[in-house]
Design a protein around this ligand. Sequence first.
Ligand SMILES: Nc1nc2c(c(=O)[nH]1)N[C@H]1C(S)=C(S)[C@@H](COP(=O)(O)OP(=O)(O)OC[C@H]3O[C@@H](n4cnc5c(N)ncnc54)[C@H](O)[C@@H]3O)O[C@H]1N2
Ligand code: MOO
Length: 404
Amino acid sequence: MALISVDEALSRLLGGVEPVGSETVPLARANGRILAADLAATRTQPPFAASAMDGYAVRAADITKVPATLKLIGEAPAGRAFTDAIGAGETVRIFTGAPLPEGSDTILIQENATRDGERVTALESAPSGKFVRPAGLDFKAGEVLLTAGTRLDYRRLALAAAMNHPVLELRRRPKVAILATGDELVEPGEQPGPDQIIASNHAGIAALVEDCGGEPLQLGIAADRREHIAEKIAEARAAGADILVTLGGASVGDHDLVQDVLAASGMELGFWRIAMRPGKPLMAGRIEDMRVLGLPGNPVSSLVCGVLFLRPLIDALLGRPPRRRDAELLPLTADIGGNDQREDYLRAQIQRDDDGTERVAPFERQDSSMLATLTRADALVVRPPHAAPLPAGTPVPVLRLPQG
Ligand SMILES: Nc1nc2c(c(=O)[nH]1)N[C@H]1C(S)=C(S)[C@@H](COP(=O)(O)OP(=O)(O)OC[C@H]3O[C@@H](n4cnc5c(N)ncnc54)[C@H](O)[C@@H]3O)O[C@H]1N2
Ligand code: MOO
């Protein structure tokens, strides 16, 4: 089977994906979740003209010449408006957030006044509107401030609260079942045999799924035996997974059984093997409405393909807009060689000069088993198929790796 391009693989993977359904979630549990519908303000904020400072509500015209003495006729703390009007030569003690009393048009801050009983002396003038927040300064009722597909965070949740939405309509978190495969693998914390290693991909992929707004479901490690793999696939189906991610066993070795067993479990193959490094044995398909993504076993291939393919798939299920993978260009710190037919994703560090200019430095060694290098990397340099060698200083496309 010929290798297909990364673009072709992405369009086959994402073509026809519809967002998952929605659910109603209390504001307090909505952090990191995705809005399923546009969110409009149910109220105007502030709902009234309000003081932005502690001081005195006055008529600007009364204090154009200073010192000017005014009569104190009441008080307006936040939450308790002064309900009468202010006449000429009068003032009201006011605090930050309180409604501006009728008749007043500016705030004399307390630092610019002295008080003696009911006599307030303005020491400085204040133009009309000074320290007054007009009604609707922040937003107005009916304004759509957050749109469907937005990920909620500390700022957006505060805004949703201010718009008076105690519950939100959010996308259900897509359920992503994760299955590691291979006789050589044991769980972290277990004692590996002399020819075994610790499985790591499932831990990384689960974290990526969570960061993307999905719900990971660990299926554990399947031995390289058909019946064991088939059982785990059935488990993913029974759990109602939206996506089954398999890790390893995707290549061409005698023990790479995953694709066979998936086919026997009813998988319709979308594609297998792509022109990408790392990530050549990537596979995608579906078993009815469960999407299957077969990530290569090499740890860096697994995680890089997770970023390149699993993340956009979860984004699409969440109704989020697609992201470009080559939108940013940074100059190279050193010469790099040419490329073969596979699109290369080189782990690289971003270096910042004293003047703030950023440049990108690919690591010398790019073996796809080297997780420590991946962890030291800030970004991936994207090298198109058949790219020519490039000298230092040439701008190249970079994909910043998602940070926690
Ligand atoms: N003759 C060929 N051999 C290989 C080819 C090829 O085209 N022809 N492709 C190579 C490429 S590229 C990759 S990538 C690997 C990936 O193959 P698999 O997806 O079948 O992965 P495995 O063989 O199961 O494992 C590869 C490697 O990764 C380790 N591994 C597997 N799972 C995990 C895990 N969950 N956590 C940590 N490490 C894991 C495994 O022990 C192996 O060392 O195939 C090349 N071979
Ligand atoms: O995905 Mo493989 O890592 O290209 O070695």
